[in-house]
Design a protein around this ligand. Structure first.
Ligand code: FE2
Ligand code: FE2
Length: 205
């Protein structure tokens, strides 16, 4: 499976990856925070099973959190090796904008949270693929992004499968397609810059 098989409504051009790779340290710092956020999101979701107990829910969330913590450790190692370090704070406008779509306090809240988790994983996969293709002058980064693609693809499938386990298929299909369209508009509206979820507009040097 490649990024072309993902149901995302837009594709990131190679030019975006070439542009953000001009500042690999900033990109890695942003990336580290995304992995941290992905781990805490899984920990947060751990106790958000729906009214009925869902077999495998807790195990799935612990497993995702463990993977994301391992990714965070890998990114941090790369940063330190390159003479840099983490910042203390971080902002991810893309994820914040996606979170606005959650129908809070409704039966759909859990579904929306799972769909958003799946969307972030899918977009990250797509970005890692294009980054691995563009990082021709940095084989270490190219290999790293390539390896992450399959792990995040697994998470995307996992979150989507869980959503379909807890809701009615017809309702879910409609909501999923609506959210895919919203995601595409949200990523395209992001500011450009050396971040994993930045907008497509390419900064010319
Ligand atoms: Fe990850
Ligand atoms: Fe992930």
């Amino acid at each position: 499976m490649t990024a072309d098989d993902l149901p995302l409504h837009s594709r990131t051009p190679l030019a975006w990856a070439r542009s953000v790779l001009r500042d690999p340290i900033a990109l890695l710092i942003d990336h580290a925070f995304l992995e941290k956020k992905a781990a805490t999101n899984a920990m947060d979701m751990l106790t958000r099973w729906p009214d009925e107990w869902v077999p495998g829910w807790v195990e799935t969330m612990t497993s995702v959190a463990r993977d994301e913590a391992a990714h965070l450790a890998q990114v941090t190692r790369l940063l330190i090796k390159r003479g840099a370090r983490l910042d203390r704070t971080h902002k991810n406008q893309y994820a914040n904008d996606l979170r606005q779509l959650v129908r809070k306090g409704t039966v759909g809240e859990n579904i929306d949270r799972l769909f958003i988790s799946a969307l972030i994983e899918a977009r990250s996969c797509e970005r890692f693929e294009v980054l691995s293709q563009a990082a021709t002058e940095d084989p270490e980064l190219a290999a790293f992004y390539k390896a992450l693609f399959s792990s995040e693809l697994g998470h995307y499938k996992t979150f989507l499968r869980l959503a379909y386990k807890i809701g009615k298929r017809a309702d879910l299909d409609a909501r999923w397609h609506e959210m895919l369209a919203r995601e595409s508009a949200i990523i395209e509206a992001q500011e450009p810059g050396p971040r994993i979820h930045s907008g497509f507009r390419v900064i010319t040097p």
